[in-house]
Design a binder for this molecule. Structure first.
Ligand SMILES: *[C@@H]1O[C@H](CO)[C@@H](O)[C@H](O)[C@H]1NC(C)=O
Length: 930
């Protein structure tokens, strides 16, 4: 008989193999030589680089960065020589520029040598094309307030200070000199310059030099690394910061902020890894890399000020957050396998300033079509046309609106994208047209792995034109994915992106219609038989770029090309909708993302909130998590809770794995159907508010779904709250993350009170409230002092609500005032860019509601109008005694009555309501309460 402990151990092993995350498939830092090397050096353990030859060149600071003469890793013989000996490190070129709006850019690269050694890779097409021209401030002169120090202004109140020896860069306030951000304050900057392979360099045999700087082995894979070691690492310190956020994508279920990974008093963990991977059944809480990467970190602290740091580099990155050595400062260590330093320091000082600064270099989120904000129904797979018709009819039958029906990989002919399984889908056009007749859309999946089949036109063209990524020996790279043996378009090449984009034209994509949009999955890229389920790092792209250098941006380029394809298809007039699983900095310009293959359990429900908040902070506001969880079968209670939370995600889609039970919303009994219906209805009624928030995001970079601290930056209680979130400035939502939860504690920030969305009851601000948990909703509140526009008539789809009247919900604060906005356009085209939109601000003060035009006069060549009226105005917090409202112009009267707070059948709580004011949203008007 086995001892008890062994039985237990076996049980544990069994359990852990059932929960399937395969740790061994993925490299940790110790198995990653560049990471291990960089991480092994304690702060100040290396002699530091120094700065020389500082000068002003075209309005930027340029200088040489000299490796330390005694640097053990560089084995320098003579540091001053620019060296004909290939072994000695060369000086680096450093450039510093101030960009408009409070941004400092730092670039460090190798000097081009006379021998013309290979240039290191700089990621193109991510920064907005004119960043340098548009944003760079050309400095008239440098300051040198002390020997060995150069300074220059960044923006009013901030300056850059470059210390020469040892090299350190500080972004600080001026004149106080208080640091905001600094680079190399811990002396951990290192930069492995390219050099020829020499005798004795490791060949990856796993022992020997142990470092594997040249060839590396991992499991059964060998990375030939013909270009040798070329990593870059450095430390960045955030001063005045208590917490850091961002650098997605990581599963975080226990914290909104990034927990320290090393240092005193901390449970050491892996660094946060940025390496786009298809991770099967990922854990709900782990610093390992997932599907996308955005190397942008934000910091925030008790001084209510924020700052940010962005490193434009698409190679594998690992980031340590060090335990605070002193209060109000967070040190971080950034390590990357290849590339250059092209880094941006954002001075803030407010959190929304940091977001605007980041958006000014990588772009603000694209304005989506209105329908894309509504509910999406997906499953792997809707089997055939009958299944599609039945699901579509099911929504109507059960009075649940939805807008988009999705088809996963099985709709194709043998996983050849852009084709249909004609036995299952004989009439794809008619199928789409039937949906379109109800104002609905369809989405099909198009992945980057192309089936190697000579009779498949995409493969034929790609082969003939040499459009595939090459393997290390120069042949078309072949990997295994859904269709079997597959190759991958080399989407880094603009010509290939152009070719790819043309595949979405209605002529080329047979069976597609204008109401069809696209989903890009598996674009990390996923390669089932590749190292870590992805493409080998020594694969070769356009321009002789190694895959290792561009890996994290592969999905970004694929998303870009697909989005460009839909743009072309619609002749530049139809906003694309493309959902992508992989992403990089800048993906917000091309469409939506989701958190990939999550699991139907409560931890994943909880993790969705910090994950989406961190995505939103780094630009990717159009994001969601699969409602219900992709893997596994949710209990009805979990499914309902997920719909109640998902109704507030910026991207709201239900999705499920092939092996799961069917879970259309009406399959769990009448009660659960009603609860899900109510959650979806709530989303539809809030669509005008969501659309207005997406407009704001597309202008300012401020996300739709926001951590509380973005709205309450001086309230410390909010800094690490990952259970609740704001939708825009006006709504606060708290998820329910436990089965049969009886009560929940909700922290409501700010001085003003909050009105429960469900019953209009007011709760005081700056307090935690212990609330009874209800079955029919999760806690959600409207902030006093705000106005939210709604549409309360329920239709089959959002597109059928276009002409419906509005409800305004005014939540008065203690000064009996409130304000809010409404943005409306045609929901579809780019005419808004030429002024074709309605943008109003509603202001309530002194018992008077005014609609103010926010669209600039003469804002463009096109106009948009709407006959929609406001049919109801609910005023929460209105003192008793108000009888009627007088509307100007026209001197019309409208009754004030007690009316339903929401349109739930039957028992809705009530609130003072102005009935049928019938003012047009396009017009100026005022409404006075008597
Ligand atoms: C009440 O709300 C209005 C409009 O949002 C705002 O201007 C005012 O400062 C608020 N009053 C208080 C006391 O917060």
């Amino acid at each position: 008989m086995l001892p008890r402990s062994l039985v237990l151990l076996q049980l544990l092993l069994l359990l852990s193999s059932a929960s399937a995350w395969k740790k061994d498939e993925f490299r940790n830092c110790d198995q990653t030589p560049f990471c291990k090397r960089a991480r092994s050096r304690p702060p100040h353990s290396l002699p530091s680089f120094s700065v020389a030859d500082v000068s002003l060149s075209d309005g930027s600071l340029s200088a040489l960065l000299l490796p330390p003469s005694s640097h053990p890793l560089h084995q320098v013989v003579d540091s001053a020589s620019h060296s004909d000996s290939p072994d000695s490190p060369r000086p680096l070129l450093l450039r510093l520029s101030a960009l408009h709006g409070g941004i400092l850019r730092l670039e460090i690269d190798e000097l081009e040598t006379a021998s013309g050694s290979r240039r290191r890779f700089r990621v193109p097409d991510v920064l907005l094309p004119d960043v340098d021209d548009r944003l760079r401030l050309r400095l008239p002169r440098l300051g040198s307030p002390a020997p060995g120090l150069s300074t220059f202004p960044i923006s009013p109140g901030f300056e850059a200070a470059l210390r020469h020896d040892p090299f350190e860069l500080v972004v600080r306030r001026s004149p106080s000199g208080d640091p905001v951000l600094s680079f190399n304050s811990l002396g951990l900057f290192d930069f492995e310059t390219l050099r020829p392979k020499r005798h004795g360099d490791g060949d990856g045999d796993g022992d020997g030099d142990g470092d594997g700087e040249w060839a590396e082995r991992f499991r059964s894979h060998t990375d030939s690394r013909p270009r040798g070691p070329q990593s870059v690492s450095f430390d960045v310190s955030f001063h005045g910061a208590d917490f850091v956020y961002g650098v997605p994508e990581h599963a975080l279920s226990s914290s909104l902020a990034l927990r320290p990974t090393r240092g005193p008093g901390v449970d050491s963990s892996e660094p946060y890894r940025l390496f786009n991977l298809d991770v099967f059944e990922y854990l709900a809480d782990s610093p390992f890399g997932l599907y996308g990467s955005v190397p942008f970190m934000l910091a925030h602290g008790a001084g209510a000020s924020s700052s940010g740091f962005f490193w434009l580099n698409a190679a594998e990155m690992q980031i340590d957050v060090l335990a605070p050595s002193s209060a109000g400062r967070v040190d971080t260590l950034w390590m990357c396998e290849a590339g250059v330093v092209d880094a941006f320091f954002f001075v803030g000082p407010g959190p929304k300033d940091v977001l605007a600064q980041y958006a000014s270099v990588t772009g603000a989120p694209a304005m989506p079509q209105q329908f894309a904000l509504a509910y999406h129904q997906c499953r792997w797979n809707y089997r055939d046309e009958e299944d599609v018709a039945a699901v579509d009819a099911g929504f109507d039958e059960h009075d649940i609106p939805y807008d988009v029906l999705w088809l996963d990989i099985e709709h194709t002919d043998g996983r050849r994208y852009f084709t249909w399984d004609r036995a299952l889908f004989p009439h794809p056009e008619q199928m789409q047209q039937r949906l379109a007749a109800k104002g609905r859309h369809m989405v099909t999946i198009v992945d980057p792995h192309i089936k190697r089949d000579d009779s498949y036109y995409i493969h034929k063209e790609a082969t003939e034109n040499g459009y595939y990524v090459k393997d290390a020996s120069g042949n078309d790279f072949e990997g295994w994915c859904w269709p079997g043996s597959s190759s991958y378009p080399d989407i880094l090449n603009p010509e290939i992106r152009e070719w790819w984009a043309d595949k979405f034209s209605l002529q080329s994509y047979k069976g597609s219609t204008p109401s069809l949009y696209i989903w890009n999955d598996m674009n990390e890229p996923s390669v089932f038989n590749g190292p870590e389920v992805t493409m080998p790092r020594d694969a070769i792209h356009y321009g002789n770029v190694e895959h290792r250098e561009v890996h994290n941006a592969y999905g970004y380029y694929f998303h870009m090309a697909t989005s460009d394809g839909l743009l072309k298809r619609g002749d530049g007039k139809d906003r694309p909708f493309v959902l992508s699983r992989a992403f990089f900095a800048g993906s917000q310009r091309y469409g939506a993302v989701w958190t990939g293959d999550n699991t139907a359990d409560w931890d994943h429900l909880r993790a969705s909130v910090p994950m989406l908040l961190n995505l939103g902070l780094t630009g990717l506001t159009f994001s969601g998590a699969d409602v219900g969880g992709f893997f596994g079968n949710p209990e009805p209670e979990l499914l309902v809770r997920w719909y109640q939370l998902g109704a507030f995600y910026p991207f709201f889609r239900g999705h499920a794995h092939l092996d799961t039970k069917r879970r259309e919303p009406w399959l769990f009994g009448e009660k659960n159907t009603a609860l899900i219906r109510e959650a979806v209805h709530l989303r539809y009624s809030l669509l005008p508010y969501f659309y207005t928030l997406f407009r704001e995001a597309s202008v300012s970079g401020v996300p739709v779904m926001r951590p509380l601290w973005l709205e309450f930056p001086d309230d410390k209680e909010t800094f690490n709250n990952g259970e609740a979130f704001m939708v825009g400035p006006s709504l606060l939502v708290q998820g329910i993350y436990q089965e049969r939860e009886k009560s929940v504690s909700v922290y409501l920030p700010g001085e003003q009170s909050w009105y429960s969305l469900r019953d209009g009851v007011a709760y005081g601000g700056s307090a935690s409230h212990k609330l009874d948990v209800r079955e029919d909703s999760i806690p959600s509140f409207q902030r006093a002092g705000t106005i939210i526009p709604r549409k309360d008539r329920f239709r089959r789809s959002s597109t059928q609500m276009v002409n419906d009247p509005y409800t305004l919900v005014i939540a008065l604060n203690s000064s009996l005032a409130a304000e809010g906005e409404l943005y409306v356009d045609d929901g579809k085209s780019y005419d808004f860019e030429q002024g074709a939109f309605i943008h109003r601000r509603f202001v309530f003060a002194d018992k008077k509601l005014t609609s103010v035009n926010l669209a600039p006069a003469n804002s463009g060549a096109k106009k948009f109008s709407s006959d929609c009226v406001v049919e109801r105005i609910i005023v929460l917090g209105l003192p008793a005694g108000a009888k009627k409202a007088v509307i100007e112009p026209g001197n019309r009267e409208a009754e004030i009555e007690i009316g339903p707070l929401n349109l739930r059948a039957g028992s809705s709580p009530v609130a003072p309501t102005i009935r049928k004011p019938n003012v047009r949203i396009a017009d100026d008007w005022t409404l006075r309460i008597l």
